[in-house]
Design a protein around this ligand. Structure first.
Ligand code: GLN
Length: 447
């Protein structure tokens, strides 16, 4: 059914970079045999999933929606995907994204933009726009995305689906093409909270192949699917609800907060400090790490190589000039600059210190509240073609999501209504480290 649906809507939505029907059906047959033999019994057995195209799958095209990875087929599979396969998931294909996950609209993709299924004149958000649009358009039952500064939560909000970024270290990053390694985290995108919890339960695992992977014994996330928020202390940051926030988004989020209050939660407003430092700190750190991570794409080992060149350095230069898009080049230049000798202390180190202060600020807040509630993004999905010529404005749109990555916290976006144009609004729930369960319980109770 999802393949038929994808065939129908893909010419307009463009959620997928790769959708291999034959491979999917072959997997489904194998899995069916195992289900029939009683070897696969879990809730994800036989359920088709779409994977963001920055996660490696052995022998299958992995492009990060970049020209520079054209034709690249990894020799191994990402651990999160491996976990899904072991649970019997049918992998449908790879979803479109902003190039190397840098962007907020999925318009920086080399394979053309994805459209928002709720209104195809609008973007689906990004960078996991393909995954979120695929779920929203019923082109899969759920998907994996990655979130460095909001890339699961913001497109989930724009597409009216549920997306969760777990605590840093919960899902292995092995096989995820690195963007900002100290911020990147894989997470589920689904139609509802219960699906989200079931998927996270499967993809979360300790993995020695990722040195930042954490050993947790509390990954039974479906246990949190209970309707109960009585006495739960919810804080709403005033700094998130003021200037720059679309009034319709404000209204929908406050309405949802009221629903939780009626169900027994204690909701109050508070001042979250350091909010204005989150964007400069994030873009300094993310760009620095990206410039280092993207060094490996030089035309030698992966994907694209320029056709004509004179000598090795000229080959590197031409390959990278031709292979990377404008936004990626901007980040590489910014990152190289903040890491360069003489500027390292002034920019990169200062950003790391700011990151530590932001984490401390959240620690202070979680002494008082169990959960933070706010919008996932300042607006609903913008129109296609309106964001790329003003990168600064696009970066400012990440204001509510990026500090969550800087502090390594779990965050979730759930749909709470639509604006007057019919575009979905997402509410973001932010939890203390390792407290996905409170997010899941609260979201489930709201839903
Ligand atoms: N929009 C942010 C950026 O461009 C976040 C992207 C992400 O989370 N991958 O960096």
């Amino acid at each position: 059914a999802v393949i038929e649906q994808a065939k129908e809507v893909e010419p307009t939505i463009n959620s997928y970079v790769t959708l291999d029907e034959e491979v999917a059906y072959a997997q489904a047959d194998e899995i069916q045999k195992k289900i029939d033999a009683g070897e696969l019994t879990g809730p994800l057995a036989g359920v088709p999933v779409a994977i963001k195209d920055n996660m490696c799958i052995e022998g299958q095209l992995t492009t990060c929606s970049s020209k520079i990875l054209s034709g690249f087929k990894p020799t191994y599979t990402a651990q999160a995907v491996e976990n899904l396969k072991n649970a019997g998931a049918v992998i449908l294909g790879k979803t479109n994204m902003d190039e190397f996950a840098m962007g907020s609209t999925t318009e920086t993709s080399y394979y053309g933009p994805t459209k928002n299924p709720h209104n195809t004149a609008h973007v689906p958000g990004g960078s996991s726009g393909g995954s979120c649009a695929a779920v929203a358009a019923c082109e899969c039952y759920y998907a994996l995305g990655s979130d460095t500064g909001g890339s699961i939560r913001q497109p989930s909000s724009f597409c009216g689906v549920v997306g969760l970024k777990p605590t840093y270290g919960t899902v292995s990053r092995y096989g995820l093409v690195a963007y900002g390694s100290s911020l990147d985290q894989i997470g589920p995108v689904a139609k509802d909270v219960a699906d989200c919890a079931a998927i996270l339960e499967v993809i979360a695992s300790h993995d020695e192949k990722d040195s930042t992977s954490i050993e947790r014994d509390d990954c039974d996330f479906t246990e949190a699917l209970v309707e109960d928020v009585k006495g739960l202390r919810i804080g709403i940051p005033r700094d998130y609800m003021g200037e720059g926030l679309d009034p319709e988004v404000n209204q929908a989020v406050m309405q949802a907060a009221k629903v939780l209050e009626e169900k027994g939660a204690v909701v109050e407003a508070f001042d979250l400090g350091l909010v204005k430092y989150a964007i400069p700190a994030y873009y300094t750190i993310a760009a620095a790490e990206a410039s280092s991570n993207l060094e490996r794409f030089d035309g030698v080992k992966y994907g694209y190589r320029t056709k004509e060149y004179e000598g090795l350095h000229n080959m590197y230069k031409k390959t990278r000039s031709e292979g990377f898009g404008a936004e990626v080049k901007r980040r590489i230049m910014l990152g190289s600059f903040v890491l360069s000798s003489g500027y390292y202390d002034a920019y990169y180190l200062k950003a790391l210190r700011t990151k530590a202060l932001i984490k401390r600020e959240f620690d202070r807040v979680f002494e008082k509240y169990d959960l933070i509630l706010g919008p996932a993004a300042p607006t609903t999905a913008p129109e296609l073609g309106k964001s790329l010529d003003d990168p600064m404005k696009m970066y400012l749109g990440d204001i509510y999501t990026i500090s969550v990555n800087l502090a390594g916290l779990p965050g979730m976006s759930i749909p709470v209504g639509k604006d007057s144009k019919g575009l979905p609004v997402g509410m973001q729930l932010i939890g203390n480290v390792f407290d996905e369960k409170t997010l899941i319980r609260t979201a489930y109770t709201y839903e």
